[in-house]
Each structure stands twice: as structure tokens, then as C-alpha cells.
Design a protein around this ligand. Sequence first.
Ligand code: C2E
Ligand code: MG
Ligand code: MG
Ligand code: MG
Length: 284
Amino acid sequence: QAKAQGRACYEQFNQNMHEQMVGLLQLDNDLRRAIERQEFQLYYQPIVALQEGTIVGFEALIRWLHPQQGLVAPQTFIHLAEETGLILPIGEWMLFEACRQLCQWQQGLPQAKDLTMSVNLSGKQFSNPHLAKQIERALHQASLTPERLKLEITESVIMENTQLSKDTLSVLRDLGLQICIDDFGTGYSSLSYLHRFPINALKVDRSFIGVMDANDENSGLAITQTITTLAHRLGVDVVAEGIETAKQFDLVKTFRCKYGQGYFFSKPLPPQQAQSLLAEAPRW
Ligand code: C2E
Ligand code: MG
Ligand code: MG
Ligand code: MG
């Protein structure tokens, strides 16, 4: 009987694996057509200057509206696209679209004059030898100066090949672009590595911000404060990610974090809503 049960389990396991595989293949197939079918959209989340409480930029975050499955989270398909290489055309599309959007806002709104646009780069994009040229074309097409664009790269991508990363980052910095390390604190890079890379800002991962105002747990507080202090001494700006409460907003302000982002200010918004928010010129 145990044997029969074992076999049943095994078959169930096989069945699940099979369904998962078919699901992934289907998703990959759909992903291939998503660009031409215009199923991608960029949402924009404001980045706030904490002392002034005003919007100084937006981070572009990709969304996929799948015709049957509805909204698919970027964590699901970015990973897959990274494995199959599809991230390159998708990343190129998003780069051009984000630049086009900033250009449009700059032409229509006085509030958008000094606005920056942050875009995320995956590992494959970052190691793509055509990246710098691609970025130059995107900027040129949108008549943007390079310092308007901020590139977000995770610390794990940077640490994968430190020499190559250093070279690539130098090229991008020489073009006048701004470089941010995303999800800082979650990878394994040591703080002592920081000064070797030409970077402009660190984005402290939201897992640290999220526990900052919990009564019983203060490690988030200590970590955020330590990262901020060190970053300042190295002349690097700090962006606090995932600010959800007024208390967290106050705390990061007292640490003199320069920038913040999170649901407390706004969730990522579709273009029209982001534009309306910008036009209202809110102050937090
Ligand atoms: P990320 O770059 O760290 O983006 C921040 C994520 O945190 C976003 O999730 C955003 O919606 C979410 N978030 C912002 N504020 C809060 C908050 O206060 N609370 C909470 N709980 N979450 C908050 P999203 O849009 O699902 O993106 C997830 C990740 O997917 C991004 O992390 C980024 O690594 C990747 N991604 C998104 N768009 C792109 C893209 O166009 N290209 C590439 N290569 N990666 C992208
Ligand atoms: Mg990011
Ligand atoms: Mg992040
Ligand atoms: Mg993240």
C-alpha cells in the first residue's frame, strides 16, 4: 500500500512538474509576441526629495498586461526573459519609452524641467556591449541630456564580475549618466567595495525600511542609519525605498537620507495619473 501511495505521489509530482513546464513554455511564447502586440506598459513611481517633500523624479516600472492572464508581475517574467535573452529587446523598448515619456512631460509641464527618470537594468542588459550606444540613441531621440537618466543596477549584478562592472560603469558615467545601486543591502557586497565603483546613489532596500518603525525590531533602523552615514562619507546619495508610513518618512529624514520612494507618497502609476500627480505639485 505504501508503494502504491508512493507511486501516486510520484505521478502527482510528475504531473505538477509537467504543468509548470508547459506553463513556462507558454509564457515564453507569449512574451515573444508581447512587444509587437503592445502588451507592455510602463508605470511610474515618484521619487521624492525628503527635506523639501517634492517630486524630483520617477522610476519606470514595467507591467505586462497578458491577454488571458491579466497583469503579470515583473518578478515573474523579467526572470524568464533574462534566461531566454528576450530581456534585451524588452529592455530596449522600455529605455526608449521611458525617455520618450520624460521628454513629453518636459515639453508640457514646467514642474518637469529638472525631473529625472530612473530605469532598471538587468544583468544581461548591463553586460550587453551595445548598451552605451543604445542609451545614447534613446537620449538623442528624446532630446534629453544624459544627467536626466538614472540607471538602477542591483549589487548582485555588479558583484558578479567586479572588473567588468567597473569598466562598464566608467563608460556609462563618462557619458554623463547617473548610476544607482538598487536593493542595496540584500546582496553580499561589502560596504568597503563601494568606493571602487563610480556610483551616484544607493537605494536602501525596502526590507530595511519596512521594519524600521516596528517596536520590537530595530535592526532595520541601525542598518539604514549605517548605510546612510557611510554613503555620505563617500559622497554618494541615498534613496530610501519602500517608505509606507509617516513614521518611516520621519525617521529617514532624521538620518538625512536625501531621497525616498514608497506607497506613503504614491504607488507606481500609469502615465496619465503620474502626469496628473506631477501637475498638482504635491508637497509631503
Ligand atoms: P525595484 O527596482 O526595486 O522596484 C521597486 C519595487 O518595489 C516595485 O515593484 C514597486 O512597486 C515596489 N514598491 C515601491 N514602493 C513600495 C512600498 O512602499 N511598499 C512595497 N511593498 N513595495 C513598494 P515592481 O514594480 O513589482 O517591480 C519589481 C522589480 O522588478 C523591480 O524592483 C525591478 O527589479 C524589476 N523591474 C521592474 N521593471 C523593470 C524593467 O523595466 N526592467 C528590468 N530589468 N527590471 C524591472
Ligand atoms: Mg529599481
Ligand atoms: Mg529597488
Ligand atoms: Mg526591489
